[in-house]
Design a protein around this ligand. Structure first.
Ligand code: FES
Length: 122
């Protein structure tokens, strides 16, 4: 498949993405309210024109998707942010604005929610 066909079939490969946020919707994180965290990310990012996709726009720079358990089950909801490789724990809907403002817009981690910061490999 050539690049143009790929872009036509999957526009996300050509999107102006800077970050991919995963919100865990595994059983435990769901029991701690991860759906509310997910919906708040969608809303806050869309309101700031940062959200990529159907709920945002094709110009958005942040893709937000769900994921399964990563092992923070007892301290969820878990949220992972890439390419930084940051894992946040116990994220509540009211924390989302701070993550977006401080981490995404000011490039400063939200230390009080930080569980892990994976090393960059490439
Ligand atoms: S269910 Fe979310 S980390 Fe395990």
């Amino acid at each position: 498949m050539d690049r143009n066909t790929l872009i036509e079939k999957a526009p996300v490969v050509n999107a102006p993405l800077k970050r991919h946020v995963f919100v865990c919707t595994g059983k435990s994180c769901s029991s701690f309210g991860s759906e509310g965290v997910l919906e708040t990310f969608w809303k806050v990012l869309a309101d700031k024109s940062l959200l990529y996709g159907k709920r945002g726009s094709l110009e958005g720079s942040v893709l937000v998707t769900t994921c399964g358990s990563i092992g923070l089950c007892q301290v969820g909801p878990a949220v992972m942010v890439y390419p930084e490789g940051v894992w946040y724990y116990n994220v509540q809907p009211e924390d989302v604005e701070e993550i977006v403002e401080q981490h995404f817009l000011q490039n400063k981690l939200v230390e009080r929610l930080l569980a892990r910061h994976l090393p960059a490999l490439i």
